[in-house]
Structure formats: C-alpha cells, structure tokens
Design a protein around this ligand. Sequence first.
Ligand code: ES4
Ligand code: ZN
Length: 338
Amino acid sequence: TSLHTFLAALPKAEHHMHLEGSLEPELLFELAAKHDVTLPSTDPAFASPAALRQRYDNFQNLDDFLGYYYIGMSVLIEGSDFEALAYAYFTKAASQNVRHAEVFFDPQAHTSRGVELSTIVESFKRAQARAETDFGMTTQLIMCFLKHLPLSGALETFAQAKDEGFFADGSLAAIGMDSSELPFPSPMWKDVYAAAKESGIRRTIHAGEEGPAHYVTQALDILDAQRIDHGIRALMEGDDELISRLASSKTLLTTCPISNVKLQCIPSIAAFPLKKLIAAGVRFSINSDDPAYFGGYIQENYCALQESFDLSVGEWETIAKGSILGSWCSEERKTQLL
Ligand code: ES4
Ligand code: ZN
C-alpha cells in the first residue's frame, strides 16, 4: 500500500540484528575466495550465491538456519572483513532511516577459529565511527554468548571482554545470548547474567522464539534480563500472567516477524501476534534479525506487517517512537531522535 513510502521515511531504531546475519551470499563467496576457505562441497547450496539464496528460502527451523549461519561466518578472518560487514549493514540500515542501531555479534564463533576478540571489537568500532560520520547514525554493540556451548565459555568470554575494558570504555553496551534455544533453557546461564549484573552491565537474551513462554519467565526471574529478544511465544501461548508482567515492567520485546516466518515459528506474517502486543500494552520493536538469510531488512519487516495488519499512520508513529524510547542510547540522544 501507499504507507510503504511513509514507513521507509519514518525514523526508526533497530535492536535485534546479528551482524553475522547481515553477511550477504555475494560477500560470503568473495571472502571465501580471498581467504581460501573451503565451503562444504557436498552441499549443493554452496554451488553459488544464487543457489545459497534459494536454500535460504527453505529453512525448516532455527537449527537448520544456524547450520548455514555458522558456516557462513567462517569466512570472516581479518579485521577488514568485520569492518566491511558492519559498514555494509550500517549503510543499508541508514538508507531505510534507521537512526540508531543496537547490533549483536557472536564473539565465540570467531575466537574459536583463532580470531582475537580485540580484532573483532576494534574493527566493528571503525565501522561504527564511519556510520556516525557518514550517516549521523548512532550504534551500539551487544556481545552475545552461544547457548550451544558450555557456560564456562560464556564466562571466559565475558571475563576477557571485561578485562580488556570493553564494557567500561563503552565499546560494548550489553550482553545477550543466542543460538539454539529448545535444549538450553534460561536458568543454565544464571552465573554469567549474575556476573554482568554485578558489574552494572545491561542484559538481554533470546527467549520465546522456538522455546516456550516459561523460558521468558525464567529469563526475568532467574537472569533478571532487562530486555527479551523475540518473546513472541508469551503472546502465542496466551500466558496472561507473563504478558501483564511484561507490560507493567515495560520490558522491551525485540521482535522479528519475517525471521519468525522463515524459521517456521509462525505459519505466516498474519499469525504474528501484533494485535496482542498492542492490545496488552507490551513494549516491542520490529527488527530484521538476520536480514541476509531471511530476505528482508527492517523496512521489509515494517512493510510485511503493514500488508497483513493495515495499521494507521498514528499506530506506526507510536511503534517507531517506541523503538527509539526503548533504546539503550542516552536520554539526550533519544530527545534528538524524537
Ligand atoms: C538467531 Cl534467529 C536467531 N535465533 C537465535 N539465535 C540466533 N543467532 C542468529 N540468529
Ligand atoms: Zn536473533
């Protein structure tokens, strides 16, 4: 509809975007060639960027996607690769009027291959500085730990980042957790969340994407998470106690509608619990998750919802303003953006 131009122009904030998930197949193949990284020759999906894109249309679930996601990011080796990846995302996001972005990265998926944590962080910081200069866009990094690896790895990665001063100097704005969900319920991560809280560091976690609503409740109760990434299962299961709690505590759900369809968490965009979120007064933002894998950046997510739900201009203004208000930037920056 005609609102698409309006939605593109609306100043927005994005809170749920994995930098490694913005690696487009063309750049993936380019970096694989540059570094002589061998992509799996037994999987026909790796025949070409076009074949890979086709495969991305058929993810069966979260873990099916994650298999491709971790192979894809194995081509990121030099600092310049990380900088190019992040700058390409910031450029695209700025073109869709994202004025502030809080982006995830998965350090353990790189340090396990011999890339230094400092290389990753310093390279992302170069891209962030360029995005601020070139587009007036502010950005923050959220360090995510991987749920499919032991707690000890998360604790060590957290300790290293803290020792290197990346939280104290503002290089890293928060911690999060992502990757496979169902076998790894929230309580497993108690110690690393306690350590972050003890150090005054903000905390978010992926929960209630594929996993049940009670993983969200546990994330609030046991981890004292301040934000929930996805969380839609709370609405889908109709957990009224949890829904009221999310609303009254003003906990932001960073939702990703196209991702939810592509990973078959919901059958179609029409099944996304948008009306329930609005009716319950739960704070939420609309985000792209892994845009290179799911075929849409933030604007495509706003537009997909508009196609199914036909919201008013006023409702969209409330959503976009809510995304700025729910950000972890300074109050001064929020005022600038509103
Ligand atoms: C992710 Cl969609 C999604 N869910 C959980 N973990 C992730 N890491 C990157 N994308
Ligand atoms: Zn995610």
